[in-house]
Write a new protein. Sequence first.
Length: 311
Amino acid sequence: MSTIEEPYDRSISNMKKLAFFTALMALGVLMAAALFAGSQMLNAHAQISSRENSPLAQNTSFLKGPSLSANLSTVSTSGTATTKVTPDMFSVIVGVETNGTTAQEAVSRNANLTAQVVAALRGLGISENQIGTSSYSLSPIYEDSRQPIQAPPCIEIYPPPAECEPKQRIIGYSASNSVTVTLSVNAGIDAGQVIDASVQAGANNVNGLYFFVSPDRQQEIRDILVRDAIASARERANIAAEALGMTVSQVQSVDLNEVFFPIFRGGLEEVSTAGAADNVSLPTQILPGEQEVSTTVSIVFYMSNGSSEED
């Protein structure tokens, strides 16, 4: 009996060991699953807490509150402000153009006349930093000659016959020098004086005359226009809200447009010399005129049934 029961007992023992090992494995799997689920819950809680504490959540948290839940009515409007401005700055471009049979001759003549023009401008009280070279050029002067062999003139065809090919020959040189004078309108020297002094000194070109608003003055005008445009938009919004039995409470958004200050060309006033003596030269008169500038703002206001928060 002992020999028969011994294998049986060993089988029972092995089965018990296998069952115990299987139970241990199952317990380990359950513990790992529980730990993983717990970590996922902690991560999810941390993410939710981070989102709730983020600046975006704090900035938009008012959308969930009762303050605007019953006050989502808005009115979109715009306001425009316009003003007329007299330019406080001007620029005059005067130039000297000279010719010579050689490049050196043209350049030398130009340098002498330009020096005279600059000296005349300095004589008006204009400083060096208010005078600047705007352009300088030296170019050859060509003479076009056609020498047809036959008596009849060359006909205009393409390509032209060989005997009708234009033959260019350099007959001289041209030098040009232009300076820009920029002054304040209140400097005591007007654009007409600049032109007259330059021409009398030898300038033979007036290439440009411009009036514009200085940067500091532009900022002052821009601030005034923005305030006036916002006041206009607010007034329109108040009228709309009152018609609806509501009041403007606060601002949702504001869109400001840029203020542009165009540069205007000045015009020379035609002065009649009738009745004046032949030896009397009337001064050149310049009319700066006015510039009209404007700006527009677009604003979205909240409306409520109660009194305005700004009242």
